[in-house]
Design a protein around this ligand. Structure first.
Ligand SMILES: Nc1ncnc2c1ncn2[C@@H]1O[C@H](COP(=O)(O)OP(=O)(O)OP(=O)(O)O)[C@@H](O)[C@H]1O
Length: 304
């Protein structure tokens, strides 16, 4: 497996804030990797270090085989970056903006540009300043995808997009990642969208990598569990550490199993820890539910 992004022990501090604190991560070629994490976890700072918009204090960031501090035209023409906060030449019309971008990228694909224009339904004669936030995002996306970059880095790309456009954008991105083997690194709080797109999930907490695994493996090892008890006796204090956030209400105990293997294994575990267990139910969890369970666990760890 080859990696288009490699971060090794990356550190970035802003005065008293250690925004990125020893982050190591590899982004495999041809896959969509999602970077998730609570507010302030260090996602944007990491992406900016990758793009040489911030200079790391120590550690290394390699993008398309090049040290991020030395990125030049050879890399930037293969790299598409869209961020919620990126600055656009607002005085230009969409048409002028695209005409301005085209010569910067020798491999700009006019046919693909036309397809994206239709898909995004962008008004060519309107100034970027006069577009809605979502429309501006679409213009930014178009200008970063039309040259078919090898690597696409997206920071909160769905912000301001309405549900229909989000859906179209995801379909388009999925089609392109499958057809063209695009590598995508996407940071977003829109987890339903991420669930549809991502092959891998990386979670950052307090500037460090807290989790890095495939979306499939994550979904298969998490289950919401509900146990029906014979009476209201409190469960023992020592439950398995893989049972996250146990909560009892009357004769029901609920928790999140974070290392689910199969039903018989879980049933044996329940019998050995809870003598009052009568029956139980397990339910697969969405990525959003898994993320919430993990974020709660990180918060508990951080406050200990
Ligand atoms: N230019 C800056 N100057 C000072 N502090 C900064 C700067 N940029 C980021 N920070 C701080 O670094 C930490 C990480 O911020 P960052 O924007 O990378 O987080 P994030 O994970 O992208 O958050 P969010 O999900 O809220 O966008 C935060 O505490 C933030 O306040």
């Amino acid at each position: 497996m080859s990696f288009l992004i490699e971060l090794a022990d990356l550190h970035k501090r802003f005065r008293k804030t250690e925004a990125v604190s020893g982050l190591s991560l590899q982004v495999p070629e041809g896959q969509v990797t999602a970077l998730l994490g609570p507010n302030g976890a260090g996602k944007t700072t990491t992406l900016k270090c990758l793009l040489n918009l911030h200079r790391p204090d120590s550690g290394s960031a390699t993008v398309l085989g090049c040290d991020s501090k030395k990125l030049g035209p050879a890399q930037f023409t293969q790299l598409g970056y869209v961020s919620e906060s990126m600055e656009l030449p607002l005085w230009m019309t969409v048409d002028q903006f695209l005409a301005y971008c085209r010569p910067l990228y020798p491999q700009w694909d006019r046919e693909f540009e036309a397809k994206l224009l239709t898909q995004f339904d962008l008004p060519l004669r309107t100034k970027l300043r006069d577009l809605s936030r979502g429309m501006r995002m679409k213009a930014a996306l178009l200008s970063s995808l039309a040259y078919r970059p090898k690597l696409v880095i997206l920071d909160e790309p769905f912000s301001g997009l309405d549900p229909l456009v989000r859906d179209e954008f995801i379909r388009g991105l999925l089609e392109l990642t499958e057809q063209e083997g695009w590598t995508v690194l996407i940071s977003s709080h829109d987890i339903e969208e991420v669930q549809r797109l991502a092959d891998r999930i990386a979670i950052i907490n307090r500037g460090k990598l807290a989790l890095d695994e495939t979306n499939d493996s994550l979904q298969s090892r998490f289950r919401a569990v509900e146990i029906h008890l014979t009476d209201t006796t409190k469960p023992p204090a020592q439950l398995p550490t893989t049972w996250l956030h146990p909560e009892q209400a009357a004769r029901t105990l609920r928790f999140v199993e974070s290392q689910f293997i199969d039903e018989p294994t879980l049933a044996r575990q329940i019998q050995s820890h809870l003598s009052t267990a009568l029956t139980h139910q397990t339910t697969p969890m969405t990525l959003r539910e898994i993320f919430i369970a993990l974020a709660r666990a990180y918060r508990l760890q951080d406050t200990r």
